[in-house]
Design a binder for this molecule. Structure first.
Ligand code: SF4
Ligand code: SF4
Length: 640
């Protein structure tokens, strides 16, 4: 199995081998064979009588020392993964909401309200009266109401869940008792009920897992929309992606993680400090590049080029031309600081909950954000002076991309065609089969799969079948790096009817070129944008989300966050494809609930398929079934 679908990365993988630096792929090989108990989810470390392991072949123990069986153990382990995912996204949203509160109090001098109209629209949507109030008061009230979703003790459903999904979906979730009132207590509830000797019923556990996963969703909504208020709502922007965005003659600074609070300010200080970089010999000045979802955040709002998604993050340092790796939270390999120590690269951690041994910790505080950013940039300029020219190897390849497709920007674009009913052009083209359906790609890379391979191969097949693609997170990174987010990709890969629609939309929107066939909607938390678009389409059509010809896919799923996302997407009624089996095979009951039983309860369910082309066929089939149920003509004649 090759390591990266993108062959331009190989020279750096070879370089690491020559320099005797272990990368993620080397560490994976050293870990093989992986522990089968862990892979199947049938080991339990919840108390110190264990760890206990269930024999999957039926010859050895079938119960842990306390009597917990495989179903209980698998369900407990799985819902703890969901809780961890929910906690991550929720804490991201909480940091953003607290910053908005401080902006409203006028105590966060380095931040401001960049999109006041969006703030007012949010206030209206969550039933805050804005009449006669100044923008700072509205900010305070929106922040308070959002923070209530983390602290409410009354049984009312979270504000950001209630107001962002269809009415019928909300009723369904409330009827099941999974529409949560408090994100943080839903996480605490999982930890409490999975403690030794509490909840042993796998179905009851899975329902609690759905509830905390909806907390993940609620935290995402808060993250996305309050970030737009603080940093601006994305509009289409042209940029580039892949390791070729690192420049030999610049001070290169990578921003990596998920939370844009510091990276936005770093981008802000570039102009001010550019002359210092040039004076240090970097003739191209300062070059900020993105990694993972912090990269997606500054790509969408600021056009910052994307160097890497998850799995190839170490390679950015291997170029020998990266002066600083600045990280915030989530998906940061601890190996980065060790690799940085082999080079002149400075590694900075910036969040109190995410320190890494070997890195310089420069903690972000609202009131010092600008000073922190300047300090990081200046230390990066100093690092530039210590570069070892003999160690530089930057792959040339980079792709042109169009990103920045927030729901608002898509509606704005479509309103140039129909200002009264902007969604009509999309709906009409779905109904007539020109757009057969929509797939939202999300999720990570996983070292068990050639990096980006599943994303790229699934996408090409779906596009050929006239299926429009939305993308977020490292999935979006995979498409960006592999030249699937530009107009040329529409010409090359889209089926005839999809190509015609994207060409027309591009023309009507005043662009000279077709829209890209894969719309970059942002970071992992911006899966909420995909939901917003789907909810708007469902409301316009007068149907629920489960009826739309819409599916989601995480073909290289890896993190606990992805498990939480996949679960709430099924809870919203949408089928979810995953390219790898989560650790549930040790319990046929739990595996069956996820792939079949869920459908009867929430309409959504998981489809597990490792082969990308077969997966594309399966998703196309699901889309056709949805079309048939809606009584709109099959578009099967379009299939190649
Ligand atoms: S705790 Fe479970 S997964 Fe981990 S090493 Fe032990 S048996 Fe394997
Ligand atoms: S909770 Fe039960 S199954 Fe888990 S380690 Fe303790 S005794 Fe073993």
């Amino acid at each position: 199995m090759s390591k990266c679908h993108n062959l331009s990365n190989q020279c750096l993988i070879d370089k690491a081998q020559n320099e005797k630096i272990d990368l993620v792929w080397d560490r994976y090989e050293k870990m093989l064979p992986l522990c089968g108990f862990g892979e199947k989810g049938i080991c339990c470390r919840i108390c110190m009588k264990g760890p206990c392991r269930i024999d999957p072949f039926g010859n050895g123990p079938q119960e842990g020392i306390c009597g917990a069986n495989a179903d209980t153990i698998v369900a407990r382990n799985l819902v703890r993964m969901m809780a961890a995912g929910a906690a991550s996204h929720a804490s991201h949203g909480k940091e953003i909401a607290k910053t908005l509160l401080n902006v409203g109090r006028q105590t966060a001098k380095n931040y401001s309200i960049k999109d006041p109209e969006k703030l007012k629209a949010i206030a209206k949507n969550i039933n805050i009266d804005i009449e006669g109030k100044d923008i700072h008061q509205i900010a305070r009230e929106v922040a308070y109401e959002s923070l209530m979703d983390y602290s409410r003790f009354e049984e009312d459903t979270c504000t950001w869940l209630t107001n962002t999904i269809t009415k019928s979906r909300l009723e369904k979730l409330e009827g099941l008792g999974v529409a949560l009132n408090n994100i943080e207590s839903s996480v605490a509830d999982i930890m409490s009920r999975t403690h030794l000797g509490t909840d042993a019923d796998p179905i009851n556990l899975l329902l609690a897992g759905m509830k905390t996963s909806l907390g993940d969703y609620t935290g995402m909504q808060i993250s996305t929309h309050l970030s737009d208020v603080l940093f601006g709502t994305p509009e289409p922007v042209i940029s580039t992606a892949n390791l070729g965005v690192i420049k030999k003659d610049a001070v290169n600074i990578a921003v990596h993680g998920h939370n844009p609070l510091l990276s936005e300010i770093i981008v802000d200080v570039v102009d001010e400090l550019n002359h210092e970089a040039i004076a240090a010999g970097a003739t191209a000045g300062i070059n900020i590049v993105g990694v993972c979802c912090t990269g997606n955040e500054v790509l969408l709002r600021r056009g910052i080029p994307m160097a890497s998604n998850y799995l190839s993050q170490e390679l950015t340092i291997l170029t020998g031309a990266l002066e600083a790796m600045v990280v915030d939270v989530q998906c940061i390999m601890p190996s980065l600081s060790k690799i940085a120590s082999c080079y002149h690269t400075k590694m900075f951690t910036t969040m109190p909950e995410a320190k890494i041994p070997g890195a310089t910790h420069l903690e972000l505080h609202d009131e010092h954000a600008l000073e922190n950013a300047r300090d990081i940039v200046r230390q990066s300029i100093e690092a530039f002076k210590r570069r070892d020219e003999s160690k530089i190897l930057i792959p040339e390849e980079k792709s042109n991309i169009i990103a920045g497709f927030s729901t608002e920007s898509i509606v704005n674009l479509l309103s140039k065609i129909d200002s009264e009913k902007p969604l009509r052009p999309i709906i009409d083209n779905i109904v007539n089969g020109n757009i057969r359906g929509v797939v939202l790609f999300a999720g990570c890379n996983n070292v068990k799969v050639t990096q980006d391979y599943n994303f790229v191969h699934m996408a090409k097949k779906l596009l050929e079948n006239n299926i429009l693609i939305l993308a977020t997170g490292c999935g979006a990174g995979a498409f960006a790096k592999n030249s699937l987010m530009n107009s040329e990709a529409t010409k090359e890969y889209a089926g005839e009817s999809l190509k015609a629609v994207l060409t027309l939309l591009g023309k009507e929107a005043g662009l000279d070129v077709p829209l890209p066939p894969i719309l970059h909607m942002g970071s992992c938390v911006d899966n909420s944008r995909g939901v917003d678009l789907a909810v708007a389409l469902a409301n316009e059509l007068g149907v629920d989300l489960n009826q739309l010809p819409l599916v989601a896919s995480a073909p290289e799923v890896m993190s606990e966050k992805a498990i939480a996302i996949g679960t709430w997407v099924t809870g919203l009624g949408v089928p979810v494809h995953i390219g790898l089996m989560p650790p549930v095979e040790g319990s046929p009951l739990v595996a069956n609930v996820l792939t079949e039983g869920l459908k009867d309860v929430v309409d959504g369910y998981f489809i597990v398929e490792g082969d990308p082309l077969t997966a594309a066929d399966k998703l196309t089939q699901v889309i056709e079934e949805k079309r048939a149920a809606l009584n709109i003509p099959s578009a099967v004649k379009e299939e190649k």
